[in-house]
Design a protein around this ligand. Structure first.
Ligand code: NAD
Length: 469
């Protein structure tokens, strides 16, 4: 097949030609590249990135620092500390039957990789995986989302300044660009986005048996049982839900609340939203906007459906199309067939559903796809263990939310509908490397004694091997 009939194929071929040069770099050279990226993020381009994200959806500078720049810098520091040992040959034991040989594992680069990222944390979710890909010794084509064009432009500048395009290149453009890229025989595709597009990516990857990491989304539940410290729980949930105006893959999507806590929860919600974002969140400098009109309209249709379809808005509910503002909103009694309870919300609307027993809450969670995150607020070890043992999720945070993303010793990712494969730390490095097994024969091996022609003596040797080794 000819892959050289457009500019993406040309770029791909350049990287393919260069892959061994990049793959044979030492850990020191790779760390050098990561340090240059770190410097661009925390010094030379920090202000430009902040301003770009503010232009894209009024993201507060502090949130850009904390949720976009810091995680990538922290990932670089972690990789810098550990890369030498990750790249060392790992010796493994030799079974007796293979006497005379030795074995080891090499973490070799996958080769030419594609990273497709979403708009909601464009820096973090483009450069975060890039850190793992560089650590693994790969060449990379990055394709950020078309929905945050100002941020993509700055990221493109950074990449062009730091790297030759036959090693790392960033291409901007609409969905069609991703579709063209997906036709190419990459060695690995790292995709972050929705489960629906994840399926398209996996289908395209199957054409070339390209390995994939799919970091997807879904409805992440938060369970609050009656033993929890409610005030602290509500404060943390509001932080987790309304950071980035709810446009976070691991934001609490809905709350399952012990029914006796309902009125207290509503009052606390109102108090804390007031504390965080003032009486008029539209004028708050700490609250961003919905990324574009399409997503704004989608969320407004959820609010309108709630008004006409029995559910009730107990706090918030205002919106303003001028700059895609939607107020932090709490919804009660949303019917099961509503869009709020069926689709990933990905915005500042929090439905709560009450339950009587923890078994009921768990069975509700299990009636849906496996979530990317599941949160439990409880003081009871028994309840926490019950929920952990009787549900499935990509990750869990107990008595807080979002924080599981920040520990590089934890694998980050989903399970089935919420994702395939993991990122961060050694887990991200492993996605971008092939664990190549190597066995070296030093002396005469047992198998050398068993080659044809077979005879009784050799049969006895096999019998002994089966019995004793
Ligand atoms: P999306 O799936 O619409 O788009 C993601 C990327 O895929 C974008 O770069 C887009 O240009 C590209 N794309 C879109 N349609 C495509 C197609 N038909 N063919 C090829 N490429 C295509 O997701 P989004 O709206 O950017 O982000 C929101 C989703 O991402 C949510 O579901 C959220 O939960 C998920 N997400 C997951 C994580 C995670 O780490 N697991 C992080 C952030 C967001």
């Amino acid at each position: 097949m000819n892959y050289s009939d457009n500019k993406y194929a040309t770029l791909f071929n350049k990287q393919k030609t260069n892959q061994f040069l990049v793959g044979n770099t030492s850990y020191k050279e790779r760390i050098g590249k990561l340090k240059r990226l770190k410097h661009a993020l925390e010094v030379s381009y920090k202000q430009e990135l902040r301003e770009a994200l503010y232009k894209d959806f009024k993201k507060p500078h502090l949130e850009t620092d904390l949720t976009e720049i810091y995680p990538v810098i922290d990932e670089i520091k972690f990789v810098t500390k550990n890369l030498k040992s990750w790249l060392e040959r790992q010796k493994v034991e030799t079974p007796l039957a293979l006497l005379g040989s030795s074995s080891f594992i090499i973490n070799e680069p996958k080769g030419v990789c594609l990273i497709i990222s979403p708009w909601n944390y464009p820096i973090n979710l483009t450069f975060g995986p890039l850190v793992s890909a560089i650590a693994g010794g790969n060449t990379v084509i990055l394709k950020p989302s078309e929905m945050t064009p100002n941020t993509s432009k700055v990221m493109a500048k950074i990449v062009a300044e730091l790297f030759e395009e036959n090693e790392i290149a960033l291409v901007e453009g609409e969905v069609e660009v991703s579709q063209e890229l997906l036709k190419l025989p990459f060695n690995h595709i790292f995709f972050t986005g929705s489960p629906a597009v994840g399926k398209i990516v996996m289908k395209a990857a199957s054409e070339h048996l390209t390995s994939v990491t799919l970091e997807l989304g879904g409805k992440s539940p938060t369970i609050i049982d009656d033993g929890s410290h409610l005030e602290k729980a509500v404060k943390r949930i509001i932080y987790g839900k309304f950071t980035n105006a709810g446009q976070t893959c691991i934001a609490p999507d809905y709350v399952l609340l012990k029914s006796s806590l309902k009125s207290e929860f509503i009052e606390l919600f109102k108090t804390k939203v007031l504390e965080f974002y003032s009486e008029n969140p539209e004028t708050s400098d700490s609250y961003c906007r919905i990324v574009n009109r399409k997503h704004f309209d989608r969320l407004v249709s959820h609010l309108e459906e709630t008004k006409t379809n029995k559910g009730s808005i107990v706090s918030g509910g205002n919106y303003n199309a001028t700059d895609n503002f939607i107020e932090p909103t709490l919804v009660l009694d949303s019917p099961e067939d509503s869009k709020l309870m069926q689709e990933e919300i990905f915005g500042p609307i929090l439905p709560i559903k009450t339950y009587e027993t923890i078994e009921e809450a768990v069975s509700y969670v299990n009636s849906k796809e496996k979530p990317l995150a599941l949160y439990i607020f409880s003081k009871s070890k028994k309840t926490i263990n019950y929920v952990l043992q009787n549900t499935r999720a990509g990750g869990t945070c107990i008595n807080h939310n979002l924080l599981q993303f920040l520990n590089h010793n934890l694998p980050f990712g989903g399970s089935n509908n919420s994702g395939i494969g993991k990122s961060h730390g050694i887990f991200g490095f492993q996605e971008f490397t092939n664990q190549r097994s190597v066995l070296k024969q030093h002396t005469l091996g047992a198998v050398d004694l068993l080659t044809p022609p077979y005879n009784n003596w050799k049969q006895k040797l096999v019998d002994l091997t089966l019995k004793w080794f």
